[in-house]
Design a protein around this ligand. Structure first.
Ligand code: ASP
Ligand code: MG
Length: 407
């Protein structure tokens, strides 16, 4: 028995029937004696619907008004869930983010939580009430409604769990945990019992969409035990923990998962002078244009000129290309090439830290399938390669089996 913060995503509250099923589930936890704080998303599809309405009026909707609009989705589900909980005989109260003092900065549509005053929630818990809080929203110091970015209800859940020092933050969703890779690509992919925050952060940034990346960062920073579970199937889910050792026991594999990021595009600027300051001249205008750069590779110099290649999100490629065309004239570059049919495939695992030969196993597996590696990047706990898009699934499958992850 203890205090649980449970977050239910949009698919889990998509219909009245499902809201009633969530209420039954929450009521069972309450009957077992747990104190319960529930965070919900909007009904699935609702936030997209609201975004579309706004865009019918303004191409770039006013951010402040956008937040007023988007925050309504979650206000629907908190009230309906409380009504359903009352039908289960539970005392329950719903609150918007502002009402429970989730204070954020004023960066509309992507605000960050600054503090939470948990007094009001505590007072309700002490009276035996279940508290239901709208995810994804707060207010800034002037009382304006703010939202936390798409998928932000995960972050609300984690932040409330941190503020209330909950025993666990449970994220209920439409999958039963975090998998060794995307089961749609590899049917033998299996659920992981545990992953570390570090691994989860890599996986989230490499394309695994189970959790909002900010929520994982937040949970790691405040050491909130986080668990991903299926809303309507029983099972232990996946625990995301701070403890490296817990995860890298003897039986634990060196590589715990294979991630794939599909929306990559490659930009190459050829024949630029190999002198100090050139990388900055090429890449600064890219970041000034608010384009995120991922993998960067520079060739060794031939005739004092070199080539620089980097990847960006596919949706930013055209913008990146026009920025680079601009600097290319200035630098006297020979050519600018782009390729929007590449993907990034990565192996992730804290076990890599203490094992040699992981890279060679990876490269051998790809070579065996005749897959050409275009770029490579590594960190302590991951190795990523950029390859041609048409080999994406083959690469994931062969790496999954090369690192013995097949169920
Ligand atoms: N409803 C918001 C969204 O769709 C927040 C969330 O679901 O986490 O992004
Ligand atoms: Mg969601």
């Amino acid at each position: 028995m203890g205090l649980l913060v449970q977050k239910y995503g949009g698919t889990s509250v998509a219909t009245v029937k499902r809201i009633q099923a969530v209420a039954e589930k929450v009521a069972r936890f309450r009957q077992q004696g747990h104190d319960m704080v529930i965070v919900v998303s909007a009904m699935s599809g609702e936030t997209n619907r609201l975004v579309a309405l706004a865009k019918e009026i303004q191409d770039n909707p006013d951010p402040r008004e956008m937040d007023v609009l988007l925050s309504t989705g979650e206000q629907v589900t908190i009230s309906l869930l409380c009504m359903a909980l009352k039908m289960q005989g539970c005392d329950a109260r719903s609150y918007t983010g502002g009402q429970v003092c989730i204070l954020t900065d004023d960066a509309h549509t992507k605000a960050r939580i600054k503090s939470i005053d948990e007094q009001r929630i505590r007072a309700d818990i002490d009276k035996g009430r279940i508290v239901v809080v709208a995810g994804f929203q707060g207010t800034d110091s002037n009382g304006n409604i703010t939202t936390l970015g798409r998928g932000g209800s995960d972050t609300t859940g984690v932040a409330l769990a941190a503020a209330l020092k909950a025993d666990e933050c449970q994220i209920y969703t439409d999958v039963d945990g975090v998998y060794t890779t995307d089961p749609r690509i590899v049917p033998t992919a299996s659920r992981l019992d545990k992953v570390t925050f570090e691994e989860m952060l890599e996986m989230a940034s490499l394309g695994s969409k189970v959790l909002q990346i900010r929520a994982v960062e937040f949970a790691g920073k405040y050491n909130v035990p986080l668990r991903v579970l299926h809303s309507f199937q029983d099972g232990p889910g996946t625990l995301i923990t701070l403890n490296d050792e817990e995860c890298s026991t003897m039986e634990q594999p060196i590589v715990s998962s294979i991630a794939i990021h599909c929306d990559e595009a490659k930009v190459t600027i050829k024949g630029i002078p190999d002198v100090p300051g050139v990388a900055s001249k090429v890449l600064s205008p890219i970041s000034d244009a608010n384009i995120e750069i991922d993998v960067i590779v520079q060739n060794i110099s031939a005739d004092n000129t070199t080539d620089l290649t980097f990847t960006v999100n596919r949706s930013d490629m055209a913008k990146a290309q026009s920025v680079i065309n601009g600097v290319s004239a200035e630098l006297g570059a020979k050519d600018v090439l782009t390729d929007d049919s590449v993907v990034k495939v990565s192996i992730v695992g804290v076990g890599m830290r203490s094992h040699a030969g992981v890279a060679s196993t990876m490269f051998k597996a790809l070579a065996k399938e005749n897959i050409n590696i275009q770029m490579i990047t590594t960190s302590e706990i991951k190795i990523s390669v950029i390859i041609e898009e048409r080999y994406a699934e083959l690469a994931v499958r062969s790496l999954h089996s090369a690192f013995n992850l097949d169920g």
